[in-house]
Write a protein that binds this ligand. Structure first.
Ligand code: ZN
Length: 425
């Protein structure tokens, strides 16, 4: 067990001992940066806890068979996590070397997302699933066409089409995944946790556990105070400092160390058979996003540069970043509206016209907010311009909220935002 966990020796040794001795505590907290192997380890722990055989990765017992496909009924997965990049990496891997390893990796990456829409979690609240239902059905149908044992040396047309459709459906589905588990999910999970497992143990995994809202966190805390004997809870967080002290005190903490460039490259080559030069696993995954963060950042800098250039009077002083952005924009002679239109065209209306671009709007807003905050921290800035930047920052944040909570059309929101920035159309 834990054969696939690379470069987390302390965690691996601790968990292997606990599983072998039967001393896995009721609540475990996996703390560590993104892409350090927390979810992989938690899923592997769930499999080892359910296993009635040797616990090896290729154990043929009926529980391991289902855990490897992430379809075991004794596992629940909650919490928001961005998965389409991983699914995209898996899609490349599957095309490059079709076989059991890549097929399992692909199926599992899609099922990690599907698990967050489990009927167990949404019981009684199915109407809230709305647009997610046809996507889930379509993903399930496509996944059925990819059978690890039946893949040839290259993907057939129908397999390749199914894999592409899983990827685009998952991108759209991810946008519908709630930011935090609702309190109804925690209550549903509690009901489920009280029922006997079909294997030796049930496992509940909660990603980004520190992001839970008060109501969900309190409901969760109640369960952790008296956890059912047959259930293990694994909480995952990249921000241990923001975990509630009462939850920390009930958890055994496992620290995942950041992966450096060498281990990141090792994971990319060993797990994904990729020879790419990667600086970090997170960057490796992010480069797979449509409109990746790096591109969003360049777009945001270009747009903000134009906004600044259009406001700068001759001779008004600007901080170093503001002047360099404004200078670049002035050199290109583009108007803010043209720059925004180009971004809208590249991103299919921020996903409004091209659903594979879902998520690009929030990435663009996030990139703008980060540039705004850099500008606001420049001490030599012009006060009138800084006041404008502060206002733009507030408006951008509001647009993000409207997009996430009210599900508004991102292209229209971008237009409205541009108007409120004073950009002439
Ligand atoms: Zn087994």
């Amino acid at each position: 067990m834990f054969e696939n966990l690379i470069a987390q020796e302390a965690v691996r040794a601790g968990l292997q001992d606990a599983v072998t001795e039967g001393s896995v505590p009721p609540v475990l907290l996996f703390s560590g940066p993104p892409a350090s192997g927390k979810l992989t380890t938690a899923l592997e722990l769930a499999r080892a806890l359910s296993c009635t055989g040797s616990r090896a990765w290729n154990c043929p017992c009926p529980h391991c068979v289902r855990h490897r496909l992430l379809t075991h009924g004794d596992l629940l997965l909650l919490g928001k996590r961005s998965l389409p990049e991983e699914i995209s990496v898996a899609r490349d891997f599957l095309a490059r070397s079709p076989g059991q390893t890549s097929a399992y990796f692909f199926l599992r990456s899609a099922r990690k997302l599907l698990a967050r829409f489990s009927p167990v979690l949404w019981a009684g609240e199915e109407t809230k699933l709305g647009k997610a239902v046809p996507l889930i059905q379509s993903i399930e149908e496509s996944l059925d066409l990819i059978q690890p044992d039946k893949l040839g040396p290259s993907l057939s047309d129908s397999e390749a089409k199914a894999a592409d459709s899983v990827l685009s459906d998952c991108r759209a589905l991810e946008a519908l995944c709630p930011e935090q588990p609702g309190v109804f999910m925690i209550r549903n999970m509690e009901v489920w946790a009280q029922l006997a497992p079909t294997s030796a143990r049930k496992t509940v995994i909660i990603e980004n556990a520190d992001l839970m809202q008060d109501s969900s966190r309190n409901a969760m805390l109640k369960i952790l105070e008296e956890p059912p004997e047959t259930v293990r809870f694994v909480l995952l967080t990249p921000r241990r400092a923001s975990m509630m002290a009462t939850i920390l005190s009930r958890s055994r903490i496992y620290n995942f160390i950041p992966r450096d460039e060498t281990t990141s490259r090792l994971v990319a080559s060993r797990v994904f058979k990729s020879q790419e030069a990667v600086s970090s696993l997170q960057a490796f995954f992010e480069s797979r996003m449509p409109f990746p963060p790096l591109e969003a950042k360049q777009a945001a800098r270009g747009f903000i540069g134009c906004l600044l250039a259009s406001r700068v009077e001759g001779g008004s002083s600007l901080g170093p970043l503001a002047s360099s952005l404004a200078r670049e924009a002035a050199a290109s002679e583009a108007k803010p509206r043209q720059v925004l239109d180009a971004i809208i065209a590249t991103t299919g209306g921020f996903g409004a016209k091209d659903k594979s671009m879902t998520g690009s709007f929030l990435r663009f807003i996030k990139a703008m907010l980060s540039v705004f905050s850099e500008l606001l921290s420049e001490s030599s800035g012009n006060p009138a311009i800084l006041a404008k930047v502060e206002e733009w920052s507030r408006l951008a944040r509001e647009a993000a909220i409207q997009y996430s909570s009210l599900n508004r059309n991102p292209e229209l929101l971008a237009e409205v935002l541009a108007d409120s920035f004073g950009v002439a159309s």
